[in-house]
Design a protein around this ligand. Structure first.
Ligand SMILES: C[S@@+](CC[C@H](N)C(=O)[O-])C[C@H]1O[C@@H](n2cnc3c(N)ncnc32)[C@H](O)[C@@H]1O
Length: 199
């Protein structure tokens, strides 16, 4: 059983305290994304969606949304929450190609990539690249690396760039840490935006 599976089972999910602040920021980022896409919102996938804290925000803003997580209980809870048009699947972000999910215009990652080791990060990025439509975007919220990284996770800008070869890192903006609580609120969380060049 993974640590996350244990935490969901115990009901110890501190990252879910980030819903209000994270949701507001995500809403603004999705609005910008929609403005910059002449064709409007397309297909989006929430990688490591957990219990669907943020996936519904994608659907609310017109994206055809898929949520994917390794922990079946979390996926089941997300499904129960709905809305029904979101397709929630159990799957591994390090093996996206075998999930048969089709291609996506937007990849959302809130707190998943930062918890993977370097090989797993490279595998996630490879899968994202394989499933990316031309001009696709990755929106990633991640803690910075700190001395407590082993316990609370975190990733540097350089590690993200090393994994996402062939992508342009177009921005890295400080995220509002309200609601995260100590020590996560000391990790300088950032919203990263990466763009896959259109063919
Ligand atoms: C910090 S939680 C964030 C959950 C959700 N994004 C949120 O903000 O509520 C990280 C999530 O990533 C999931 N996860 C970790 N490794 C994964 C993997 N290899 N494949 C899919 N999901 C994974 C965990 O099960 C957990 O739900």
């Amino acid at each position: 059983m993974t640590n996350y599976a244990r935490m969901y089972r115990l009901g110890f999910t501190p990252w879910e305290r980030y819903g209000a602040a994270g949701g507001a920021q995500l809403g603004a980022l999705l609005d910008r994304e929609a403005r910059e896409r002449p064709a409007g919102p397309g297909r989006a996938i929430d990688l490591g969606c957990g219990r669907g804290q943020f996936t519904p925000e994608l659907a609310r803003r017109g994206w055809r949304a898929v949520g994917l997580d390794l922990v079946p209980e979390a996926v089941e809870a997300a499904r129960r929450k709905g809305p029904a048009e979101i397709d929630y699947v159990v799957g591994d972000v390090t093996d996206l190609e075998s999930a048969g999910l089709g291609t996506f215009d937007l990849f959302l990652d809130i707190g998943c990539f930062q918890g993977l080791d370097a090989d797993q990060q490279a595998a996630q990025a490879r899968g994202v690249t394989a499933l990316a439509a031309p001009g696709a975007t990755v929106l990633m919220l991640a803690f910075g690396p700190t001395r407590l990284r082993r316990f609370i996770e975190g990733v540097s800008r350089e590690e993200i760039e090393a994994a996402f070869t062939g992508w342009d890192l177009v921005s890295a903006d400080p995220a509002d840490p309200s609601g995260l609580g100590w020590p996560m609120n000391r990790t300088s969380p950032q919203w990263y935006r990466l763009r896959r060049p259109a063919d």
